[in-house]
Design a protein around this ligand. Structure first.
Ligand SMILES: Cc1cc2nc3c(=O)[nH]c(=O)nc-3n(C[C@H](O)[C@H](O)[C@H](O)COP(=O)(O)OP(=O)(O)OC[C@H]3O[C@@H](n4cnc5c(N)ncnc54)[C@H](O)[C@@H]3O)c2cc1C
Length: 444
């Protein structure tokens, strides 16, 4: 039987193991952490992710769409919370379109279960990848407890071991491997809004909530149990940066002044603040993504991006669908497929990294900005009238399978047009006039 090794049983590794198994491979997956499905590990706080069309496509291909839909909460719109407590709304897409809040741990567990159910997948836990043989396509793992070492079968090796990938580290030592790692000024901390006593959600359930405050931003995504997982994106430095918020009084005062309505919903703020780490955010780019026709990187191992477009996992899942399609096209000629995979995916990894950074600015600064909201309304109106001419950038990234690099390019073209439209005198009063739509048609 054909054999393959996967390093890392995170979201992408578990899914890729399913894809390989469906192709008739016997797959050994090695994961550094213990099995998260064991009861003692699965308890604890919920962390969620936004799943959108690219991710759904990858899940659908392995028959998981229905199962995940049952535990996914559609978020149809952004709800922006101003300092005075007033709310503004912005739909994510057309009627019926939504991004979905899913539990990260829950999804990972379902993927692991499915992988094991396939019969040909063995997940070995507490096995940390220590070294990689790029020539042979195998790796050596050390057992966390016994310190015993094992080496995987030679052949195909996939690095799905995340942003700090051990497989990539070995590739980094080879000639002409290009690599960059950039930490942004902001880090994040996870907090929570607990459910009402009857288990219902304290704020609108089917929405992604944002408290945009320029340098700072708080967001909240709903969980099935009535709670929300909130994430504070916040600079490390500065007068009220993470480093300066070093007493309970300062934390409380910062929240009361900056996010007053959220503060009221978070009696557990200090508990969460102390319990949850402050984590950094990194952007990693590299090339090549494959070596010797035997070793390939997928997911964060090849393209770690900031989370502001909600696309990291979706992009990693898309790596799986695209790679799988290329394997069909090449009749599983691995060296050829690996070349095609990295050439087609690398520009898209770079594009979504750029778009994600750009969306940070949009979310934290602009979602509370009247001009920005007006621009979005005009775009939406034009897109409804002329869907063949205009698909907003957010929709291209989130609700389509247009390669990220093409979406980015089209977004730049749209920016140039919208700059002209927004400079029309009194646009805020005239935006619904026919002549504005005619002007857009002329420019498009
Ligand atoms: C705050 C935050 C919010 C996010 N929100 C979203 C979102 O809304 N939507 C979205 O699509 N994406 C989101 N992302 C991105 C998403 O989390 C990642 O893109 C995704 O987890 C990548 O999956 P992966 O399997 O490639 O890597 P990981 O999830 O990092 O998994 C890697 C696995 O490899 C294992 N491993 C690591 N090193 C070794 C080793 N040496 N040996 C063996 N095993 C090893 C790890 O234990 C882990 O299980 C977010 C990220 C952050 C930080």
């Amino acid at each position: 039987m054909k054999k393959a090794t996967v390093v890392g049983a995170g979201l992408v590794g578990s899914l890729w193991a399913v894809y390989l198994s469906k192709r008739g491979y016997k797959v050994d997956v090695f994961e550094a952490r213990p099995d998260m499905r064991k009861a003692s590990l699965s308890a604890g706080r919920s962390i969620n992710l936004a799943l959108s069309d690219r991710g759904w496509k990858a899940l659908e291909k392995v028959g998981l769409k229905e199962q995940i839909h049952e535990v996914a909460i559609p978020m149809h719109r952004r709800v922006m919370h101003a300092v005075d407590g007033s709310l503004t709304y912005q739909p994510y897409g057309k009627e019926g379109q939504a991004i979905y809040s899913v539990s990260r741990g829950g999804l990972n567990q379902v993927l692991m279960n499915l992988a094991e159910k396939e019969g040909n997948v063995n997940i070995h836990f507490e096995q940390k990848c220590q070294s990689v043989d790029l020539e042979k396509g195998s790796a050596t793992f050390v057992n966390r407890d016994t310190k015993e070492k094992i080496t995987s079968a030679e052949g195909l090796l996939f690095g799905t071991d995340g942003a700090f990938s051990a497989v990539r580290k070995t590739m980094q030592r080879t000639d002409r491997f290009t690599y960059s790692q950039e930490y942004i000024e902001h880090g994040y901390k996870e907090l929570s809004i607990l459910p009402n006593p009857d288990g219902s959600h304290k704020i609108e359930k089917n929405a992604l909530h944002i408290w945009p405050r320029g340098e700072f931003m708080l967001i909240a995504l709903p969980n099935m149990d009535g709670s929300f997982t909130c994430t504070l994106f916040h600079p490390y430095g500065g007068e009220v940066g993470f480093d300066a918020l070093d007493t309970d009084e300062k934390v409380v005062s910062f929240f009361k002044n900056t996010f007053p309505d959220a503060y009221e919903l978070m009696p557990n703020l200090l508990e969460d603040w102390h319990e949850n780490p402050t984590s950094s955010l990194v952007i990693i780019r590299c090339f090549p993504w494959t070596k010797n026709g035997k070793v390939a990187l997928l997911g964060d191992a090849s393209h770690a991006i900031v989370p502001f477009y909600g696309q990291g996992m979706n992009a990693g899942f898309e790596d799986c669908t695209v790679f799988d399609e290329i394997l069909d096209e090449t009749n599983e000629d691995w060296p050829e497929a690996m070349k095609r995979y990295e050439i087609s995916r690398k520009p898209n990894g770079d594009a979504i990294a750029d778009l994600a950074m750009r969306n940070f600015v949009e979310m934290r600064d602009l979602t509370g900005d009247a001009e920005f909201l007006l621009r979005k309304k005009i775009e939406r109106k034009f897109s409804t009238l002329h869907p063949e001419k205009w698909l907003p950038l957010y929709s291209m990234v989130t609700f389509s399978h247009i390669p990220y690099a093409e979406a980015k390019k089209e977004g730049e073209r749209q920016d140039a047009i919208m700059a002209k439209i927004m400079s029309i005198p009194n646009i805020e009063e005239r935006w619904e006039d026919d002549e504005i739509m005619e002007k857009m048609l002329e420019l498009s």
